[in-house]
Structures are given as C-alpha cells and as structure tokens.
Design a protein around this ligand. Structure first.
Ligand code: TRP
Length: 470
C-alpha cells in the first residue's frame, strides 16, 4: 500500500507495538460499564435466560463480524472513521454520513457514560470510608437513591471523571496506558472471580444460575400485558454493539493502529471473548447475591450498586475488596471513555487540523456540559422530566444512542466492509497473506447477509412499535 508521506503516514501516526498491545487497548475499550453495570441490569429488566441467550447470539452473529469489519476498515485506511470512509469510498456522502453519525454517537454516549462512571468513583470513596459496613439491603438501596438525587455529588463526580478522561486523551492514546491495562484488567478479573465464588457459595447459586441461563422465551417477545414487543431483542442487540464499542468507529480508530502482519481474526475473537466472559462473571456474581436477599431483578440502573455492597458488607476483607472493586471499575470505565473521546477528537485533529490540546479541551468541555443534564436526571430538578419512552434523561439518552444510533451506524459499517471493500482487500486483511482462509470464508456470508438482515429486522420491528405501520 502506498502512503504519500503526509501526516497520515503510517510511521508518523505510529502503530501499536504489538498485537498484544492492540488487544489490551481494544479490550480496554470494550470492557467497561457495559459489562459490569449495564448488562446485568438489562438482563434483570428483561427476565434473564432468554434475553441472555439471545444476547450471546447477537455477539456471535452481529458483534464479532462487525468488530472484524471495523478493525479491517481502520487498518486498511489508517485514519479516523470519517477520514477512513472518505478515503475508502472516495468521498461518497452516504458513507461520510456514517462517519459523522459515529462522531455524534461518541459525543452522546460519553456525556452520560461519565456520569455512571462517576457513580463508581463515588462508591470507591464510600467503600473506603466504610459506609456499607453493617448496613442491610434496605439501607444499601437507600444509600444509592440518596447518591443519585444529590445534584452536587452527581455533578462533582461526573466532573472528576471527565477531567481524568480529557487529561489522558490530551497526551495521546498510547502513552503508558496499555501497561496499566495489562495490570489492572487482570486484577479486575480476579476480583470478579472471587465475587463469583462468594456468590455461588454464600448466595443463592441455584436461583441465580437458573434465572440467568434457563430461558423462558415468552419474556423475550412479550410485554407485561402479553403483547408482542421488540424492545428486549433490540436492547440485546443494541447492547452487543455497546459492549464491544461498535457502531461508531471506535474500533476503526483502534484498528488504524494495528500492524499489517498481525492476525486480525485472532485479535477480534480474543477481544469479543474476554468482553463476554467479564459480562457473564459480573452477572453471576450479582444474581446469586441478589436472590439471597430476595431483591428485585428488575431493579434498574442501580442494580450493581444495590447488590454488591451487600456482599462487601458481609465478606471477610469486604471493605478492602469493595474499595478495590469500585476503583477497578472506574479504571475500566476510563479506558472505555478514552476510546469514546478519541473518536471525536481524532476527527477534528486529522480532518480539521485542530491541535490535539485544543480539540480535546474544547470538545471535552462540551461533552462535560451535556453530561450535566444526565447527571441531574434523578434529582429534584429533572426527575419528572421524561423525554423519551417515559424514561428519565440518562436512560433516554442511553436508549437513543445504544438502541438506535449504534445499530444504524453498525448496519452501514458492516455493509460497507462486506459489500463495498474490494474482495482482494478483504482477503488480504483476513487471511494473513492467503495462508488461513477458514475465518474469511465464514465471515463473508455472515457479514453480507446474516448480520445486516438481523439488524434490519430488529430495527424495523422497533420503528413499527413506535409508528404502528404493520
Ligand atoms: N464498550 C464500552 C463498555 O462496555 C463502552 C464504549 C466505549 C463504547 N467505547 C465505545 C460503546 C464506543 C459504544 C461505542 O462499557
């Protein structure tokens, strides 16, 4: 491939120092609040088993193929998402639009992501000061409700988290961070395993595992009134995008730094596998403990914060464990938030020629400001304001971004990779010089037909639910 020595030259942009570094960074982006905070609570809201299995199916036939597509587009173009589409589609406005939609999604998602990350920083301090000790389920729930209704506490932690994210992005994505991911992610993993073991022994293992893995298919397609609803399926699919950081070009950006001779399929499978593993561990820990205390699985966005502190209040070294746990989640959220901000910033740096410092500070400030509305969602000021589907601001924005913007973006990205990229480019990207074709031969038909059709059907059902056309 010829590069003409401008600022997008491979050597000038730099590459990950190895495939391991790419995997760490991509896994750092994928693994975050989506796995530990969001997946368990939506699995609980939509009835467990059937939802979990449908979600796993989405990861396999939509998430993984799209992850491959994004990394491929990034590595081929070596640019930010907007630039990548401009380069590979010769500035076709449709594909440029997809790139812009991605930048917009980054804006929107980071604004509320930072608020939820702030809850974790908050809970890190609460755990450290021993606030969970000796409290029962009721008091722990009340503590969370108090936390999210306090405007200054909400804005304060959101600000702390945004400042940290902006600070890191100013100094570039790569510097030093991968090394921390390689230490702290395994620690988070170990802590989750400890919690799972604790939950299985001390919690209600049978109820938890049955709830999570034994399907009751009615719950996937019927609402409380027994009428057909596409909401759980859309939510499962949307979350497959969210949890793997797909549908907006974050993985295009990360793929643009992956060396040409690293195996792309291997890296993608590894990232998707790790991400799924973490979501399952978090869910098992939460639901085994939840059923021990007879709490409501459909407890909503506060689930993580209402359930796990109960375990920390009881277990040996609980205070230390809780403190470490919330700190590690905040770190996992940070490595995800960085990838969100990086997409937004990279576009303004590469294509609009802004200086990194200026772009990061000003765009970060706008996102911080937008986030204040989410931060105030459950406070007196906005609690009764329900802009979308009867949900408060934070949930509305999350719903809009995850269930609409990401699937629509992802739909076009996978179409682009499977139909618009030249066959020999795809072959080169996926076969390591023609040596191993199996993955490529599986990927192509799935990415061409199965994934787009499935995404399309679910989006259509959803539009119908809103407009009642058929
Ligand atoms: N995947 C992250 C999580 O699960 C969130 C995230 C980071 C993200 N970058 C993204 C979601 C890009 C969508 C798009 O917490």
């Amino acid at each position: 491939m010829e590069y003409n020595g401008n600022e997008n030259d491979v050597s000038a942009r730099g590459l990950w120092s190895s495939r391991l570094m790419f995997i760490l960074a991509a896994a750092g982006s994928a693994i975050g609040l989506g796995n530990i905070w969001k997946f368990p609570y939506i699995a609980g809201r939509y009835g467990g088993g059937a939802f979990v299995l449908f979600y796993l199916l989405c990861i396999l036939v939509v998430g993984l193929p799209l992850l491959v597509a994004e990394i491929m587009i990034g590595r081929e173009a070596r640019k930010n998402p907007v630039g990548a589409f401009a380069k590979l589609s010769k500035k076709n406005p449709l594909w440029l639009g997809v790139g812009f939609l991605g930048v917009a999604s980054g804006f929107v998602i980071l604004s509320y992501y930072s608020v939820v990350a702030g809850w974790n920083v908050d809970y890190f301090t609460k755990s450290a000061s021993g606030e969970f000790m000796g409290k029962d389920a009721e008091a722990i729930s009340a503590l969370f409700d108090k936390t999210i209704t306090d405007p200054w506490e909400q804005i304060g932690w959101h600000t702390v988290f945004m400042v940290a994210t902006i600070g890191i992005v100013i100094f570039g994505v790569k510097e030093g961070l991968e090394r921390w991911i390689g230490i702290l992610m395994p620690l988070l993993f170990i802590l989750l395993v400890v919690l799972v073991v604790y939950g299985l022994i001390e919690g209600d293992a049978k109820a938890g595992l049955t709830y999570l893995f034994v399907p009751d298919w009615k719950k996937l397609v019927l609402d409380e009134a027994g009428k057909f609803t596409a909401r759980p399926m859309l939510e499962a699919m949307g979350h497959a995008f969210f949890t793997l950081s797909l549908g907006m070009g974050a993985m295009i950006t990360y793929g643009s730094y992956l060396g040409d001779d690293e195996s792309l399929p291997g890296a993608a499978v590894m990232v998707a596998g790790l991400d799924t593993l973490i979501a399952m561990l978090a869910s098992i820990a939460i639901f085994t403990i939840l059923f021990k205390y007879n709490l409501d699985p459909a407890g909503g966005p506060g689930l993580l914060f209402k359930v796990l502190p109960l375990a920390f209040a009881q277990m040996p070294l609980g205070r230390l464990m809780g403190t470490a746990f919330f700190l590690l989640i905040a770190f996992a959220a940070l490595t995800s938030a960085i990838s969100l901000l990086e997409v937004v910033v990279a576009y303004f740096i590469d294509d609009r020629k802004w200086a990194r410092r200026v772009a990061t500070l000003s765009l970060g400030a706008v996102i911080w400001f937008l986030g204040i509305f989410s931060a105030l969602s459950y406070t007196e000021i906005f609690n009764d304001f329900k802009p979308f589907e009867g949900k408060q601001i934070l949930d509305s924005v999350d719903l809009l971004a995850t269930n609409y913007m990401l699937p629509i973006g992802g739909f076009f990205i996978i179409i682009f990779a499977a139909w618009r990229l030249k066959g020999d480019v795809v072959l080169k990207q996926l076969t390591e010089g023609g040596k191993r074709r199996t993955f490529h031969d599986l990927w192509l038909p799935i990415a061409r037909y199965v994934s787009p059709i499935l995404v399309f059907i679910v989006i259509m059902f959803m539009i119908n639910q809103h407009l009642g056309i058929f």
